[in-house]
Design a protein around this ligand. Structure first.
Ligand code: CA
Length: 220
């Protein structure tokens, strides 16, 4: 899963980026409104954390531009103000949730996880695929109750496939949601990662659909 973090306060951005990375997300950081708007229009993020007070282009204008262009990614708005009309303006522009600064970083992570789950049609934080379970709030996988130890990138691959349900996911799509910006789609790094995940969870759980991509199947 890959998220856009639009925050101009360098110290806060660094703290949030660290927490989101530790929670298993690939994170792209935008420091101003124009950059945030452009990335949100051109990259395929699973969610965005959007500060309202951004230089160059206000966060509300960014959100308005995304929604106007039909971008559907879940957006969690950060505001330093917390006044009712600011929240209302955020929701009117198409925000899905908001947090008033200062807030506990753990709360941001849990709210973001819930937004991403909802947008992929999952209500419960434990998502089961046969004997494989993603405990989404804890950020870990189990098979028949035993923990599966994955690296951050391996976790992103498997979490993305779990969120996509029974869909066949192309290599390009998977690459977009596993790596930060700058990923080279021609490299074989993704295949190496998928090989590692297969060895850890049992090869049959990730099926290759020739010429189309990968699909997760339920196995006992
Ligand atoms: Ca700001």
């Amino acid at each position: 899963m890959r998220v856009l973090l639009a925050e101009d306060d360098a110290a806060l951005a660094s703290q949030l980026a660290g927490a989101l990375a530790a929670a298993g997300y690939a994170v792209d950081h935008a420091e101003d409104g124009q950059d945030a708007e452009f990335r949100g229009q051109t990259e395929d993020y699973d969610a965005a954390v959007l500060d309202l007070g951004l230089p160059g282009m206000d966060g509300l204008a960014v959100l308005d531009a995304w929604r106007g262009a039909g971008r559907r990614l879940p957006v969690l708005v950060l505001t330093a103000r917390g006044r009712w009309h600011d929240k209302l303006a955020g929701f009117d522009a198409g925000a899905d949730d908001y947090l008033v600064k200062p807030f506990p970083v753990e709360e941001l992570v849990l709210r973001l996880r819930a937004l991403i789950r909802r947008s992929s049609g999952h209500a419960h934080p434990r998502i089961q695929r046969g004997a494989l379970v993603l405990d989404d709030n804890a950020g870990r996988f189990e098979i028949n109750g035993a923990p599966v130890l994955l690296t951050a990138q391996e976790h992103r691959i498997l979490a993305y496939l779990v969120h996509r349900g029974d869909a066949v996911v192309s290599r390009a799509e998977l690459g977009e949601h596993v790596y930060e910006q700058g990923y080279d789609p021609d490299s074989n790094a993704l295949d190496v990662l998928i090989g590692r995940v297969r060895r850890k969870i049992g090869g049959g759980r990730i099926v290759t659909e020739r010429g189309k991509g990968f699909r997760l199947v339920d196995l006992p």
